[in-house]
Ligand binder design. Structure first.
Ligand SMILES: [Zn+2]
Length: 423
């Protein structure tokens, strides 16, 4: 048994906040009591005075590169980065080698994820080899433990295949997560089609690439009833389309990344390939539209798209360098710095977007602090400052290194055990 004493408990699910002590036993929250009133017992004690005690964060969009690209990250190093960022549940994307388009690879991911101490869930691919041609055995993959379907990294370009995938996913009660970038509108990836791209002698990736596919897939959601998740929304037109779809009652969800709500295309000028991501970081107007989407609930989830790449890969010329940045270790701090401090979101809203909502939407346990719930918890000080360091991910491709960040994590507990911080 462990008691967490003296903290301010904030349950992102119910919104209940106050001075409560928690007792955890057998991996669950056994009791929540007014501060100082837990019955006497022999327990370990974690002193949380001056800290927020909330649900462990949930990220439904991470790339752990395992199997196939473990020089960038593997499931174990990725999980360490997740813990350090306050996460107790993550969903791995499937652009690995081999892909999770088959049971053997899915089982490898589940087995290795099981060694990490946190909840590491695999997706399965929508199409074989993410080639967009032939659907996977979706029913068998879901039965074996895939929590959602995605070809993230690539769009599902063929409309008939997308429609068929949606029908099958809807029958399974599973969501399809979508990387919405029609390559017909992408000259060079990773930089917004605009002035910064021009300076680099490039055309870049246009906003049409994203919102035209979002528009198409909202129509498919309407037709099939399939739950869709628009990943890493990058432009204001997509936000508007998703807002309208949700007003219509369609099961359309969306994610924003910390980099899309923190940066503009100027970051490419300043940080070069470290700011090369797909879809690209766009204009201030787009950034503000994404924040507006988070504020009014159009965008329900913050997901990192944690995308590790080796230093030598990011050192390549802009066009050859791979897209993506690491994100797990700075996400909470960027949420505090860019959303809570300027008054866009309350701390409760931020934590909902980072735990309760992704858990509910992807059908995962966690994301709440209540009796009987899993003891997946995060204890942190939102006011304390730190400097973003290299981190513990195998890769460190982020432009945020060295920056001042609010938010210091004291302890992360998963399944009742301390997985990061004080032991
Ligand atoms: Zn993606």
């Amino acid at each position: 048994m462990t008691d967490i004493l003296g903290g301010t408990v904030l349950d992102p699910e119910s919104g209940k906040t106050g001075a409560f002590d928690l007792r955890i036993a057998d991996g669950v929250i056994q009791e929540i009591a007014a501060a100082g009133t837990l019955p006497e017992a022999q327990t370990d004690v974690i002193d949380a005075s001056g800290k927020i005690v909330t649900a462990g964060l949930v990220d439904i969009h991470v790339h752990f590169r395992d199997p196939g690209f473990t020089h960038k990250e593997d499931i174990l190093t990725g999980a360490e980065a997740a813990k350090r960022g306050g996460y107790t549940s993550v969903v791995m994307m499937g652009n690995t080698k081999p892909h999770p388009d088959n049971l053997e690879t899915l089982r490898y991911m589940l087995e290795k994820g099981g060694q990490t101490g946190i909840h590491v869930y695999p997706c399965a691919n929508v199409t074989m080899g993410m080639e967009g041609k032939q659907l996977t055995e979706m029913e068998a993959l879901a039965a074996a433990g895939a929590v959602l379907f995605t070809d993230d990294g690539l769009p599902v370009t063929d409309e008939d295949i997308m429609r068929e995938a949606c029908k099958r996913a809807a029958a399974l009660g599973k969501m399809i997560s979508l990387h919405e970038e029609d390559h017909a509108y992408v000259k060079e990836s990773g930089v917004n089609a605009g002035p910064v791209a021009q300076e680099l002698g490039l055309t870049g990736a246009s906003r049409e690439a994203e919102y035209r596919m979002v528009e198409r897939d909202i129509a498919i959601a309407r037709e099939t009833g399939c739950a869709l998740d628009v990943q890493h929304v990058s432009c204001k037109e997509s936000v508007a389309l998703i807002r309208a779809a949700r007003a219509e009652g369609l099961p359309v969800h969306a994610e924003a990344t910390p980099h899309h709500f923190s940066l503009t295309e100027d970051a490419v000028r300043r940080y070069g390939t470290l700011a090369k991501v797909n879809p690209p970081i766009r204009t201030e107007e787009d950034r503000l539209a994404i924040i507006e989407g988070l504020k009014d609930g159009t965008i329900e989830m913050i997901a990192t798209d944690h995308a590790p790449h080796a230093e030598e890969e990011k050192a390549l010329p802009f066009v050859q360098a791979p897209s993506g940045m690491t994100g797990l270790e700075n996400a909470l701090s960027l949420g505090l710095r860019e959303l809570v401090k300027p008054g866009h979101l309350s701390l409760l809203q931020l934590l909902r977007c980072m735990s309760t909502n992704p858990a509910r939407i992807a059908g995962l346990p966690g994301g709440c602090v209540k009796e009987g719930a899993p003891a997946d918890l995060l204890i942190f000080d939102p006011e304390a400052e730190r400097t973003a360091d290299r981190g513990v991910s195998r890769s460190s491709n982020t432009p945020f290194t060295g920056q001042a960040m609010p938010g210091v994590i004291q302890t992360v507990i998963c399944k009742g055990k301390t997985v990061y911080g004080l032991v």
